[in-house]
Write a protein that binds this ligand. Structure first.
Ligand SMILES: CC(C)(COP(=O)(O)OP(=O)(O)OC[C@H]1O[C@@H](n2cnc3c(N)ncnc32)[C@H](O)[C@@H]1OP(=O)(O)O)[C@@H](O)C(=O)NCCC(=O)NCCS
Length: 197
């Protein structure tokens, strides 16, 4: 590992800004994500040069998966979020942001920011339901635990609510938020991590 990089299992992962391609590799097999064929998924830390790819992943997830539970108007407003690429990249540079690659292509990402908040989790539609987000989530939760967090919370969509329930989250509150005059329902959810500060 090059200087400055930190193993995903370490407690300084957010400091990793190295371009090492693989900090955690998961091959298909027992205990690993279920990926098609011989595909191998790798998790690594976010790099500033990822912003454009992650904007694509974000829009693809929203348009390809969000459409199952939201109206076309809601989907289009939701998909606007990364349009200001500098702002989007700046947000992703905060906290712990992990990027998943399959066959060398960026397919998903997630972010812990601040330490007790799951801020982003998006998977490109063609790679959904193969355990990619679960692998990202497990690494982010491990980071939260290593930082002494007692409970982690998130704002889930109608799509991600069952995902978070499977991870052990419970519903705290249903919220209605307005984006450009379009109303969205989302779900404040929480998971106790045991111990913590
Ligand atoms: C939520 C999301 C990140 C999940 O990504 P993923 O890689 O497909 O998730 P996984 O394959 O790890 O799913 C693990 C489990 O979560 C549950 N799950 C995931 N997506 C689900 C869906 N659309 N409907 C119901 N359950 C779902 C299932 O139990 C799944 O296990 P299974 O496939 O064996 O049944 C993805 O659907 C997405 O990007 N959604 C749009 C964006 C979004 O809502 N992000 C959340 C932040 S607001």
């Amino acid at each position: 590992m090059k200087p400055g990089a930190t193993d995903v299992r370490g407690d300084r992962f957010s400091d990793a800004r190295d371009d090492s391609p693989c900090l955690l590799a998961c091959a298909k097999g027992e205990g690993a994500p279920s990926l098609t064929g011989d595909s191998v998924m790798m998790l690594r830390a976010f790099l500033p040069s990822d912003a454009e790819h992650l904007a694509w992943v974000y829009r693809d997830a929203v348009r390809g998966l969000g459409v199952q539970a939201y109206t076309p108007a809601q989907v289009e407003v939701w998909a606007l979020y990364p349009d200001d690429l500098a702002e989007f990249g700046g947000r992703l540079a905060r906290g712990v942001t992990l990027v998943a690659e399959v066959a060398g292509r960026v397919v998903a990402f997630g972010q812990l920011e601040p330490d007790d908040h799951l801020a982003f989790l998006y998977c490109a539609a063609a790679h959904a339901r193969r355990g990619v987000a679960s692998a990202i989530y497990a690494a982010l939760e491990a980071q939260a635990v290593s930082r002494g967090v007692a409970a982690i919370h998130t704002e889930a969509s109608r799509i991600s609510r069952p995902f978070f329930e499977k991870q052990g989250y419970t519903l705290v509150e249903i919220e209605r938020v307005d984006r450009f005059g379009v109303e969205f329902e989302r779900f404040r959810m929480r998971k106790g991590l045991g111990g913590g500060r």
